[in-house]
Design a protein around this ligand. Structure first.
Ligand SMILES: [Zn+2]
Length: 78
């Protein structure tokens, strides 16, 4: 399922993403609230690389598959 809707009035978009730094695959659940969306940050669960998206709150990240780069360093978000 590429997206789902919550039971209450709040909505969320869910998408899967592959980290372009370490290759880990994870699911990002983005809370939506019309008129209250700002730039929110979320991090790759494996290397901690930071990504941004528009959301009402900080997105929830769930790891799906492990990183594929064979390393275990952390991304330097600078
Ligand atoms: Zn990563």
């Amino acid at each position: 399922m590429p997206w789902r809707q919550c039971e209450d009035t709040a909505m969320s978009d869910t998408f899967e993403q592959t980290c372009d730094y370490c290759g880990a695959k994870f699911r990002v659940e983005v809370p939506r609230l019309e008129g209250h969306e700002e730039q929110e940050e979320y991090n790759c669960p494996s290397c901690n690389k930071q990504f941004k998206t528009r959301a009402a709150y900080t997105p929830t990240v769930t790891l799906i598959s492990a990183r594929t780069d064979g390393r275990n360093d952390q991304y330097n978000n600078g």
